[in-house]
Design a protein around this ligand. Structure first.
Ligand code: UDP
Length: 538
């Protein structure tokens, strides 16, 4: 690999002189270590000390300049998992003059993205924590293009899904171990450190039980831009006009099995009158699975990382997630959250085995495959008797692992019943039309005119113009919401109106100042911004 770095010719002496004279320059975005990404010039790394090095000189820059807060707890998260204490990034500082006494630096000419993969052997983690965040971090900084090079510093070997990481850039990603072969002191000419968390939708339960992230910022559109990119790289074309509809059963072959899979496949085929095929990570290539899923009407699978592949389903398709006995589907929702992201346009259905007879447990397996033989007798008994795993933190709860690694005989009538409650006719009837949710702008030119009748009655005539963007849009239903608030009061009277003017007479008093708030609403739930408040005196 080492010869790859020398591809681009750099003037070694000029580079060394620049490093000694200018030192390291760092400018970051983000206010906290959890949302920070830093851009460096001349960030170095000692492969012996396994430390990043910041060299001070007369021209170096360090923004933010945090002082010792840089260690409380760190400068930034190196993976996309929030505030995980095994994933922190920091550097040690040296004067540039110390370079005289150090090994000769090897310069990395490529623009580098330096980050940690979180769990590269688990497909859910690969997509959610690594691939999507890397892809969108690269979209954020224009010099992180396809010629950039990824550096994975978590210390793992390539892992089974390394080919997927390779799709993100034209250069081979480098692992921490490989850096040793390049030299003792590496200096990255230009680098970005850290990953954007803007696309992540799930927290794994390190500080509170797992669940959707509190503030999800990604929609189906961005997910699909990413899958489109991945499919192009995998040479998979989107077959728009493929006629035949079919169901995919994504099976696991090592654990958490569906025991009556053949029966399940037959039943689905019969019920929905569709071809039903079964795939697994062990028996199919990744490309083949993507090709099949990207045209499927329904994806059926046991809870598990392989379900992250619903990322590739076409709009309108249905995801059916099967949960083993005693596992409450509401408590484990990475795939439900994905399927129900705004604009993903997938139907999500959970089915749970509620029948003890239909589950097969493995108490004698090793603890990490759900065995419980290492626990004391009373605890084993409690777990075996329990009908639901209580909410818990990640990652080694034995009761959770015991239940998660059960095999299940799927009760076919019960499953079909649950699917039928949501899928009335054929699944995946692709209502492909872009129902795009665009929001109205502010209403314009709002005016009011007051009239007083006698000492106790008054009227307020309010009018406004349509939002500027409405004249370029076809909108099914346009309504206006008007709030009338007496100045100094903290309550208001709300109205929903269909026209661009209205005369208010109820509860309008003479010789009073009213604040009038107006906003436009498209299709019942697309609320626009309020226009500047209108002051009206009767
Ligand atoms: N896996 C698989 N077949 C199996 C068991 C696991 O393909 O029979 C894959 C799974 O999709 C995931 C990885 O192996 O990518 C780790 O599985 P594990 O059960 O540890 O994680 P989970 O699926 O519960 O997230």
């Amino acid at each position: 690999q080492s010869q790859e770095l020398s591809e681009a010719q750099i003037d070694y002496h000029a580079a060394l002189q620049a490093l000694v004279e200018n030192g390291t320059r760092m400018v970051c975005t983000g206010r906290m270590h959890t949302d920070r990404i830093c851009r460096f010039e001349s960030l170095c790394y000692s492969t012996e000390a396994e430390e990043f090095i910041y060299f001070h000189s007369n021209s170096s820059v360090m923004l933010p300049n945090l002082g010792s807060r840089r260690f409380q707890p760190a400068l930034l998260d190196l993976s996309s998992v929030e505030d995980h204490n095994t994933q922190y990034f920091n550097f040690v500082e040296l004067p540039a003059a110390a370079l005289k006494f150090m090994p000769k630096p090897v310069f990395v000419p490529d623009v580098a993205l330096i980050a940690n993969r979180f769990n590269p052997d688990n497909l859910m983690h690969v997509f959610h924590d690594d691939l999507l965040p890397i892809y969108y971090t690269m979209q954020q900084f224009s010099d992180l293009d396809l010629e950039a090079r990824l550096f994975f510093m978590e210390g793992w070997s390539e892992g089974v899904h390394f080919d997927l990481y390779k799709l993100l850039s034209n250069k081979q990603p480098l692992l921490r171990e490989e850096l040793k072969t390049l030299g003792r002191l590496l200096c990255f000419t230009k680098s970005y450190v850290g990953l954007s968390k803007i696309t992540t939708w799930y927290q794994y339960g390190f500080v509170q039980p797992q669940g959707p992230k509190a503030n999800i910022l990604v929609s189906g559109n961005e997910i699909r831009q990413f899958t489109k990119f991945m499919m192009q790289k995998l040479n998979i074309s989107l077959e728009e006009s493929s006629s035949e509809e079919y169901i995919v059963v994504f099976s696991r072959t090592i654990n958490r099995l569906i025991l009556n899979e053949a029966e399940l496949i037959l039943a689905l085929a019969q019920e929905f009158q569709m071809k039903t095929i079964s795939v697994s990570l062990e028996e199919h290539s990744f490309s083949d699975i993507v090709r099949l899923i990207s045209n499927a009407s329904m994806l059926v699978s046991m809870h598990g990382a392989q379900l992250v592949m619903s990322l590739f389903l076409p709009r309108g398709a249905t995801v059916v997630e099967l949960f083993p006995y005693a596992i409450n589907p509401e408590h484990y929702t990475p795939y439900k959250t994905l399927a129900t992201l705004p604009g993903m346009d997938l139907q999500y259905i959970a089915w749970q085995n509620t029948d003890r007879e239909d589950t097969v447990t493995y108490p004698d397996r090793p603890w990490d495959q759900g065995g419980i033989a290492h626990l004391d007798k009373a605890e084993q008994e409690r777990i075996i008797k329990s009908t639901e795993v209580p909410r818990h933190l990640c990652c080694r709860n034995p009761e959770w692992l015991f239940r998660a690694y059960q095999d299940t005989k799927v009760n076919i009538p019960s499953l079909i019943h649950v699917i039928r409650q949501t899928v009335k006719s054929k699944p995946g009837l692709k209502k492909q039309k872009w129902s795009g949710s665009l929001y109205p702008g502010k209403v314009r030119d709002a005016k009011c005119q007051a009239s007083v009748q006698g000492t106790s009655e008054a009227k307020l005539a309010v009018s406004w113009q349509i939002p500027w963007n409405l004249r370029y849009l076809k909108v099914r239903e346009v309504k206006y919401e008007v709030w009338i608030q007496e100045q100094g009061e903290n309550t208001y009277m709300p109205y929903i109106l269909s026209h661009q003017n209205h005369t208010f007479s109820e509860n309008i008093k003479p010789f009073t100042i009213y604040l009038v708030w107006i906003r436009c609403i498209f299709n019942k739930n697309l609320l626009g911004p309020f226009a500047d408040v209108l002051l009206c005196s009767t």
